[in-house]
Design a protein around this ligand. Sequence first.
Ligand code: ZN
Length: 209
Amino acid sequence: MSTLSTDQRELCLKFANTLHWHASDHPWETLHSYADLVGWTLDARLLSPEEAEELLRAAQAQPMVAAAVFERSITLREAIYRLIVAHINTEEPAAEDLIDMNHELSSALAHQQVRVVDQSFVWIWNTDTPALDRVLWPLVRSAADLLTSPEVLARVGQCADDRGCGWFFLDTSKNHSRRWCDINDCGNRAKQRRHYQRTRQARAAQQDD
Ligand SMILES: [Zn+2]
């Protein structure tokens, strides 16, 4: 089995983050259609612009198939999200989530091949026959690889924001001390709130005097 780079392993975290406020009761969806999924995949540099255009054309010709692939992508994303959350919280992962992920994994791995590129043998995804679900292959591969790489998995964190930001990140700090998806966003808000509470307590103390 090919070895993935850190970026490739992190891919499934970025995919899980496409649902904002994932840990809250009012999540905010950024993927609404197969076209959105292709757009995200293109942004993640998993497709060339030509490949993306070809997929969008194929999706227009087979809207039912495209809709089904989109549904599968959301099922996969939520399975990945819950499997990682279970790991972070040292809870038993749900069997259904593993089944969903493995279902996509078997279908994806059927498309992996070894070919010769520049006189070297390399792992590639066989895209010779057009398949609308090719956008799912690197995502599920990324998740399977991350979950089975203890040293990388140990560095996966979830934003500590108490409103339920829920974003995952790969903690590359030396002492595993990262708490926020973004120090300038959720981290800054927490800092301001602590500051506000301290000022309020100080004012209350003054008024008591
Ligand atoms: Zn956050």
